[in-house]
Design a protein around this ligand. Structure first.
Ligand code: ADP
Ligand code: MG
Length: 149
């Protein structure tokens, strides 16, 4: 599914509808060039979950955790890592929800993951060629019943 995002507000709103409807254990894998809107989308997800604390890019911290909303949010950014470094992070603990409280996992630069969860929602953001930016949303073994838009 392709969604046109006329401005930052539209990216935020798409995130809000995801945050309002996603269920525990959902993994959102985000890809797209630097500045394409990945963090903005996660800020919307946070808003939709009811998180009031500002959601900031985890480019340097690697992961930021927010416990305040209806479900915990784990926000990761793999930008600074090589795929070989990602292996050792044992990211699966976030979607298995055994060692950490189950929540929603949003991962920027997911293309750096050498392995992926069995089910996830892929969101690829791109600068439109001539028109507005776009989000391409692809569920992978993922039943998503929420209304997006
Ligand atoms: N659909 C959009 N159209 C125009 N600007 C946008 C859109 N979505 C987000 N932005 C803006 O793009 C900039 C970079 O967004 P950001 O979410 O930090 O990108 P990324 O995390 O992919 O690097 C921000 O200033 C943000 O407000
Ligand atoms: Mg970012």
């Amino acid at each position: 599914m392709n969604i046109l995002l006329a401005g930052a507000e539209a990216t935020l709103r798409l995130g809000v509808s995801l945050g309002e409807s996603l269920t525990v254990g959902s993994v959102i894998l985000l890809n797209g060039d630097l500045g394409s809107g990945k963090t903005t989308l996660v800020q919307g997800i946070g808003q939709g979950l009811g998180i009031t604390e500002p959601i900031v890019s985890p480019t340097f911290t690697l992961i930021n955790e927010y416990r305040e909303g209806r479900i915990p949010l784990y926000h990761l950014d793999l930008y600074r890592l090589e795929p070989s470094e990602v292996v050792g992070l044992n990211l699966e603990i976030y979607w298995e929800g055994v060692e950490v409280i189950p929540g929603i996992v949003a991962i920027e630069w997911a293309e750096k993951m050498p392995y992926k969860p069995d089910s996830y929602l892929s969101v690829v953001l791109n600068y439109g060629d001539h028109g507005p930016r776009q989000a391409k949303i692809t569920p992978v073994n993922f039943s998503y019943l929420g209304v997006v838009g």
